[in-house]
Write a protein that binds this ligand. Structure first.
Ligand code: GCV
Length: 611
């Protein structure tokens, strides 16, 4: 164990410091802060890589692992100690080798879709950070099991293009702070960068462009030898890409992949491609179909070090979407599943929205073995508690946890987080807190996106209701509500979107008798008097969900106020719960009145609807 690692141990586990003088020998006894009845012996075994093995004997607990395997194993021991669980023999390897946080941080210090304050490392168009806080960040990420941090926004604005150029010394220094915690950096790059800086083209098949990227990659990896790779958003939401040169996305990605390959780097290419300049009158184009249309023909064409990163749903991190069919239809492509911890559409770290259930559902739907990497948009920021909402840390914890165990039980993950975060909260209150978190997704869904009706959110800010806000815009996000019906027929009889799924799912979604209620209006266009399986009409179900979801948000606010949380956390959680209840009331009345005005249907329970 070298000096640097030893420092990381000290910083990672705090007092009491490492004991034992034979620190450089193969086997050491370290004091990890572990208060168990036996000493912990560490044995460096590089073959275990990030994994670790724990063996318990009457004399000692032995932890074997590679460089970061020891770190993760030590966190596991400390976690067990904190949870009051006994230590048993464990052999553990991460489920996904790449567990990547994508930070949408801009060099001016703003964070695109960030709800926890400004960037932790950029300000004033340069790197600007407190090194201790960054080391603490490394410790936080390691304790959650995250091993890659992409530091800049996928929308690469100047001067962030300089991160692979004049800013390399700063990138290198930043990487050094996180390296001891097993966290490697990744950089988002602009596909058109050769054009912007040196050449008159960025055509991926032009030999000068290829040479430019090879030379650039050489310089980047010289500065940061363990850089994980590049991340690219191309031909998406006005970002440049290979389409400008008549090239496809395999040609674009493979050119960059070739440049990073000699350094062991990966090229993560985002599959978030759709027409963001659609004419809303054009019902022949449907945004959820677009990623498949772009990428399915390219299956098997990508180089071995390309990872196609696919958002979980075919739209864009909506509260409820079916799994993107691309994740089921690219057997010859290496895939990453992309989640969004930043709660852009899911309450912006004001409204509660716990994600463990969503993670598990999407991993189950994709089949954990079909993907090879696990990614998420970060929810971190400069706020003192890192996340804005004191409970939003659950989503980072859960993200890391599912990167190691794709089959973890969501309620168990939530309970672990609550016990680790609030060890002094009485057991009965901790159960109440977990209950709130476990229900939070369903509560938010009922007042914002019942039956799969997404995109009724305020344009641009993406917080609060605006049923028609996106209806006549160019983003391809329509519900097409009329006085008789709402939704889009995406079945095989309709626009054919369901045909992108394997046949059993096409049948499941096509058939009204089997289509899950929570996706009913995602897949079908239905009249308001359509009778649901439970006997209610569609319009009544819409009203009920909004009234119920809002009532529950109001009750949640009261419950949160009754918890004996640390003072600061309580004050922040109470204030956010108050805002959430206010938001929920707005959603309830705006969306219900919107449909009341169209349908003329009264609420069966006589609750207020507004003309
Ligand atoms: C980084 C959504 C967000 C954008 C984001 C984009 C993406 O459209 O609103 O802010 O841009 O997704 O994932 O690239």
């Amino acid at each position: 164990m070298n000096r640097q690692e030893r420092r990381a141990w000290l910083e990672g586990f705090g007092e009491p410091p490492v004991t034992g003088s034979a620190i450089e020998t193969a086997e050491q006894e370290l004091n990890l802060g572990w208060r168990g009845d036996r000493p912990v012996r560490l044995i460096r075994e590089d073959a275990l890589g990030e994994g670790y093995a724990i063996r318990v004997s009457p004399e000692a607990v032995t932890l074997r692992g590679g460089e970061s395997g020891l770190l993760y194993g030590a966190w596991e021991l400390l976690k067990k100690q904190a949870l009051g669980e006994s230590v048993t023999d464990i052999d553990c390897q991460p489920r996904y080798a790449l567990r990547m946080l994508n930070c949408w941080d801009n060099m001016d210090g703003s964070v695109e879709r960030g709800y926890a304050g400004r960037s932790l490392w950029f300000e004033g168009s340069r790197f600007s950070y407190d090194p201790d806080r960054i080391r603490f960040l490394g410790r936080l990420l390691a304790s959650c099991g995250v091993n890659v941090l992409c530091v800049n926004n996928v929308n690469v604005h100047e001067p962030a293009q300089g991160l692979i150029d004049e800013w390399l010394p700063e990138v290198s220094a930043f990487a050094a702070l996180l390296r001891p915690f097993g966290v490697r950096l990744m950089l988002s790059v602009d596909f058109s960068q050769p054009l912007r800086r040196d050449l008159e083209t960025a055509d991926p098949l032009d030999e000068r462009v290829r040479a430019w990227w090879r030379e650039r990659a050489d310089r980047v990896w010289e500065a940061v030898p363990d850089l994980a790779g590049f991340l690219v958003k191309a031909d998406s939401e006005n970002r440049p890409g290979p389409f400008a040169y008549g090239r496809d996305h395999a040609e674009g990605a493979n050119m960059l992949a070739e440049a990073v390959a000699p350094h062991g780097g990966v090229l993560v290419w985002r599959a978030f491609v759709y027409n963001c300049k659609q004419d809303w009158r054009d019902s022949g184009t449907d945004r959820p179909k677009s990623a498949w249309e772009t990428y399915k023909p390219l299956d098997g064409h990508f180089a071995d070090n390309v990872i196609l990163q696919v958002k979980y749903g075919p739209f864009d991190f909506q509260v409820r979407e079916p799994l993107s069919p691309l994740l089921l239809g690219m057997p010859d492509t290496r895939l990453a599943l992309e989640m969004q911890l930043a709660q852009e559409y899911t309450g912006q770290q004001i409204d509660l929205f716990a994600m463990p259930g969503l993670f598990r559902e999407m991993l189950d739907a994709a089949g954990p073995e079909r993907i090879m990497a696990w990614a998420a948009v970060s929810n971190l920021g400069r706020d003192e508690n890192w996340f804005g909402h004191p409970f939003a840390g659950l989503n980072l914890y859960a993200f890391g946890r599912y990167g190691w165990d794709a089959g973890a039980d969501p309620e168990r993950v939530t309970a672990e987080w609550a016990a680790l975060t609030y060890p002094r909260l009485p057991q009965n209150q901790r159960e109440i807190l977990c209950g709130l978190l476990n229900r939070s997704r369903s509560v938010y869904e009922r007042y914002t996106a019942t039956l799969g009706l997404c995109w009724m959110i305020t344009p641009n800010t993406h917080y609060g209701p605006s049923p028609d806000g996106y209806e006549y815009q160019a983003w391809g996000t329509y519900h097409r509500a009329s006085r008789d019906a709402v939704g889009i027929d995406r079945t095989s009889r309709g626009n054919g979107y369901t045909l992108q799924y394997p046949p059993e799912l096409t049948r499941l979604y096509d058939d009204l008798a089997t289509c899950p209620d929570e996706l009913l209006l995602f897949f079908h266009r239905l009249p308001y008097d359509y009778v649901m399986r439970d006997g209610r009409t569609l319009i009544q179900r819409i009203y009920d969900d909004h009234f119920d979801g809002c009532a529950e948000a109001e009750r949640m606010a009261e419950t949160i106020a009754s918890l004996s949380l640390p003072e600061k956390d309580l004050a922040e959680a109470v204030e956010r719960a108050r805002l959430q209840a206010q938001n929920a009331r707005e959603w309830r009345d705006v969306v219900n009145s919107f449909f009341y005005r169209f349908s003329g249907a009264e609420d069966a329970h006589g609750r207020p609807l507004y003309i």
